[in-house]
Design a protein around this ligand. Structure first.
Ligand code: KG4
Ligand code: ZN
Length: 345
């Protein structure tokens, strides 16, 4: 079954064709991030305008790369939320139009749930014998606007375990980057700057910044205090602490908190798989710390994290998610829901 996925929730315009939920036939992403770097963050109106310019060429390219005609596509899948309303509408209206034109079913997709399905996508690096993730699976979704921990008992059977009470992990990266005069998006900029520090001082103990709620007996996070702590350091010790050290401190603090709370949940729920997802899952420090911590567990767990390119926004996981959660709707009922949560409320 071939699904054309469309993703336009924020500043990426993406289309992909995926076969049977796992095999990527094409995956095209156009990003307006460079434009937002000039303004230090996403301006919704500007993002929506960029979506309009890119959407048709991106869909066309995805179809061409997959060597598909309309008649080869079985279903269209589109992100309906959460996200920026103007950006979401561009993808939704495109999907509705193609649905009518091509006479295909259309499946609405929750962007946050879809991020998790990057773990079902097969990349060239993997061997031909593929084992898909087993349930129950614990999934940590760390994106620009959301940080959620969910227990998946099966496809479409999600239980919310915990999440952030204020800023998301990606937001903590992005806001700290601004304070350090590093370009948007902040996550990759902080990671790059942190690398400069760790190359110079590989054994330095990074414990300058607080780890809010790390010892609280729950599965929640709070990241908003981190940017205040960064601001304090920037203002009060500009000559003694370098920006590269601060970048490394921010990264280490965010990673420590994410790993600690997720492992607490792993120990409680003892899932068969642990799945990372979302843009922040592209962070190599986070990936390495999870890999190391998992090795110290008393029981085995199948730990998965998608290829970094599949962690950040793309449409391959939108198509993948639609394949495993097939619930088509009549096209007039497909609506944007900017506030959609990971458990669909
Ligand atoms: O999932 P995503 O691509 O878009 C949303 O759905 O929000 O996530 C974007 C977030 C941004 O906050 C960005 O700074 C962060 O992911 N990010 C990273 C890295 N790459 C992207 N954070 C840390 N390290 C990275 N390498
Ligand atoms: Zn995303």
């Amino acid at each position: 079954m071939k699904i054309l996925g469309i993703e336009t929730s924020c500043d990426e315009t993406a289309a992909a064709v995926v076969k049977d939920g796992t095999k990527i036939l094409s995956n095209i992403v156009a990003s307006s991030a460079e434009m937002h770097a000039k303004t230090g963050g996403v301006i919704p109106e500007a993002a929506a305008r960029a979506q309009i310019i890119s959407i048709l060429p991106v869909v066309q390219k995805a179809m061409e790369k997959a060597k598909c005609q309309a008649s080869d596509i079985d279903t269209i899948a589109v992100t309906v939320g959460p996200g920026l309303i103007g950006s979401l509408l561009v993808g939704i209206e495109t999907a509705r139009t193609l649905t009518r034109l091509w006479q295909k079913p259309v499946i609405p997709v929750n962007h946050l749930v879809a991020h998790i399905y990057a773990n079902w996508l097969i990349t060239n690096r993997q061997t031909p014998i593929i084992k898909l993730p087993n349930f129950p699976a614990l999934a940590l979704v760390v994106s620009g606007g959301h940080t959620d921990l969910v227990l998946m008992r099966g496809h479409g059977k999600l239980e919310w375990v915990g999440g952030t009470r204020d800023d998301a992990a990606g937001e903590a990266f992005d806001k700290s980057a601004r304070l350090l005069n590093l370009p948007y998006p902040g996550g990759p900029s902080i990671a790059k700057k942190a690398q400069v520090f760790s190359d110079k001082s590989p054994n330095f103990r990074l414990n300058l910044l607080p780890r809010p709620m790390i010892h609280a007996l729950n599965f929640d996070w709070s990241f908003s205090g981190l940017k205040t702590a960064v601001l304090r350091e920037v203002n009060h010790r500009p000559l003694t602490i370098s920006h590269s050290q601060l970048a490394a401190e921010v990264q280490e603090a965010i990673v420590d908190i994410l790993v600690a709370k997720t492992l607490r949940a792993v120990k409680k729920f003892k899932p068969k798989s642990l799945l990372l997802a979302g843009g922040v899952a592209a962070n190599s420090c986070l990936r390495e710390k999870f890999t190391l911590s998992i090795q110290h567990l008393a029981f085995g767990i199948d730990f998965r994290v998608p290829d970094p390119k599949l962690c950040t926004d793309n449409a391959a996981y939108i198509a993948g998610c639609a394949y495993f959660n097939q619930a088509p709707l009549p096209w007039p009922d497909i609506e944007a829901n900017p506030e959609l949560t990971i458990i669909g409320q």
